[in-house]
Ligand binder design. Structure first.
Ligand SMILES: [Zn+2]
Length: 111
């Protein structure tokens, strides 16, 4: 099995709509560090699991954007991690660090 990991930083704005009092319900921003994990039993015709620049292209779609204008689901780190994992070829895990202390991980049960 071959593995690759790519680390990308993005800035984004969002707000949640929680049914309880939370500062997250107000518009705010994050500088998130996203780690994308991909794996493949066989390399593609270019000798890669997946092109790092393809991963970057997909993740950077969210850079300097208001995620609430892009997604129709609650823009939690967990949900965005899951969405990214579905978009990126051969991805099995996303680590989504939205701030120094807060990190969400989504991992597929099977690839
Ligand atoms: Zn937030």
């Amino acid at each position: 099995m071959y593995y690759v990991r790519k680390r990308i930083e993005i800035s984004y704005a969002h707000q949640l709509h929680l049914p309880y009092e939370s500062k997250c319900n107000r518009p705010h921003g994050h500088n998130a560090i996203i780690e994308v994990y991909c794996k493949a039993e066989q390399l593609n015709e270019n000798g890669m699991v997946v092109d790092f620049s393809e991963i970057k292209r997909i993740v950077k779609q969210l850079d300097h954007r208001n995620l609430n204008e892009i997604f129709n689901f609650p823009t939690t780190a967990e949900n965005v991690a899951q969405w990214l994992c579905q978009q990126i070829p051969s991805c099995y895990k996303i680590s989504f660090q939205e701030s120094d202390g807060n990190l969400a991980i989504y991992e597929k049960e099977r690839l």
